[in-house]
Design a protein around this ligand. Structure first.
Ligand SMILES: [Zn+2]
Length: 449
């Protein structure tokens, strides 16, 4: 079991992962708010934390990954209303899309995917505890968190409380004791079509309290890693941390791990209209290339989303697939173990996937220059961490008409009719197959997506 260090946003340092009860590691990654199809940027935390879990399991830890689905939120009401649809119906439909879209990544599902609508009881309980401890107050059926009641507030996002804006605009401002306070519960409004009962009146929870309650209910607190995009540090995660600390007297999570944003000709945003849906990107480049694209960037850094970057990733995928064809099933030579170890050491060092990829590339380069075919076990072990072990699976067999065209081409070459041989090569390409002339004769290789 390697010692794993991860960058903790709160302390700003690399922090050693300390599992519970021997090896248990709870990871909570904030999931999507389901008011539309998810965009390719939302796939980054899904991929980072799913694959981090895989790596931790490889090292002998027992990770549990929770990724919530926020299905109660202002954005859902706001999207459903103009469409003339019940908000619950829209949320259910988009939540199914989210599951289907992320399934196409083929990296498994989180262990738990709690939905806010199914956890309102736990949420109400947590708000009640905050009221009992005087960290919250009721105002006209709303409930607000009293920010200045918690001296630690601001510690996660390193902000001075006097410089903060909860982003709630004018909503509730007349009812708040202090503009800094944020909503835990919003009283039922005429234009909202869902609500739940609570001792202080019908309504629905605020976004931040949903996550505190769902994380605690699924993982217990404090758990080991809380993750999400760095756009959530404030106010969302600051408020999650504050609610649990205020209600329970202990922290929600030990390490706060944040991924950088995707940048598509500047920051991706709905207002600029440069959002790309995950489904659309998967249609275009396929999951192998997309997973490789994400692995090529360190999770904490912003990542440019450009055709060039996707082409780089596609080339790397193709390079590994080609190298894989020269490997044989079985144990890899001990002489290559150093590169394999460097790969895993890089992941243990703040989950550095670009450095891990460099080690993998070294391994591949040496394996390819060996005199005899090399066993593939190391490559399999490394690629599995990236969700790309399939790159070593044997190619699908060519259909019989393709094999026939290849045989005609062989015959044309034997008869030195190179014009015909070239024509047949092009025809094969058009059908998605490439002919490679090697020492053992021509080989048919499918052209990647
Ligand atoms: Zn959250």
């Amino acid at each position: 079991m390697r010692t794993v260090r991860l960058h903790d946003t709160k302390t700003g340092t690399l922090t050693e992962l300390q599992p519970r009860d021997g090896g248990k590691v709870g990871i909570y990654a904030c999931g999507p708010t389901v008011y539309g199809r998810i965009h390719v940027g939302n796939a980054r935390p899904f991929i980072v934390f799913s694959l981090l879990k895989r790596f931790l399991a490889h090292e002998g830890y027992e990770p549990t990954l929770v990724a919530n689905i926020t299905d109660i939120n202002d954005k859902i009401y706001d999207a459903a209303r103009p469409a003339g649809r019940p908000s619950a119906e829209l949320a259910a439909e988009m939540s199914d899309h989210y599951v289907a879209d992320t399934d196409r990544l083929e990296i498994g599902r989180p262990d738990h995917e709690p939905k806010a609508t199914l956890m309102v009881e736990e949420i109400v309980e947590l708000i009640r505890d905050l009221l009992d401890r005087d960290h919250a107050y009721v105002a006209d059926g709303d409930v607000y968190f009293r920010v200045r009641s918690l001296p630690e507030y601001g510690a996660l996002s390193h902000r001075d409380v006097d410089q903060m804006d909860q982003g709630e605009g004018v909503e509730g401002s007349a009812r708040k004791e202090d503009p800094l306070d944020f909503a835990l519960w919003k009283a039922r409004k005429p234009m909202e079509d869902t609500w739940w009962p609570a001792p202080w009146g019908e309504g629905r929870p605020g976004w931040h309290i949903e996550c505190s309650a769902m994380a605690e209910a699924t993982l217990g607190a404090p758990f080991e890693i809380h993750g999400g995009g760095n756009d959530l540090i404030f106010p969302h995660h600051e408020n999650e941390a504050a609610q649990t600390l205020a209600a329970r007297g202990h922290e929600l999570a030990r390490i706060w791990m944040h991924n950088g944003m995707l940048e598509l000709e500047g920051k991706m945003s709905k207002s600029v209209g440069n959002i790309r849906s995950l489904a659309e990107v998967l249609d275009e480049v396929g999951r192998d290339t997309l997973l490789m694209y994400f692995a090529e960037g360190h999770y904490r850094q912003p990542l440019a989303f450009t055709p060039e970057k996707l082409e780089d990733a596609a080339r790397r995928v193709e390079g590994i697939r080609n190298a894989g064809r020269r490997l044989v099933p079985g144990e890899s030579p001990e002489a290559l173990a150093g590169h394999r170890d460097a790969f895993f050491d890089a992941l243990a060092d703040d989950y550095n996937t670009p450095r891990a990829l460099a080690a993998l590339a070294e391994w591949v380069r040496e394996a390819n220059s060996a005199d005899a075919p090399v066993g593939d076990s190391h490559a399999r072990e490394m690629l599995a961490m990236l969700g790309l072990e399939n790159l070593l699976d044997s190619d699908e067999a060519a259909p019989s008409e393709v094999v026939e065209l290849a045989e005609q081409r062989d015959a044309a070459r034997a008869a030195r009719d190179f014009a015909e041989a070239d024509r047949l090569r092009e025809e094969l390409r058009a059908r998605g197959w490439e002919v490679r002339d090697g020492a053992d004769g021509a080989e048919l290789v499918p052209i990647g997506p």
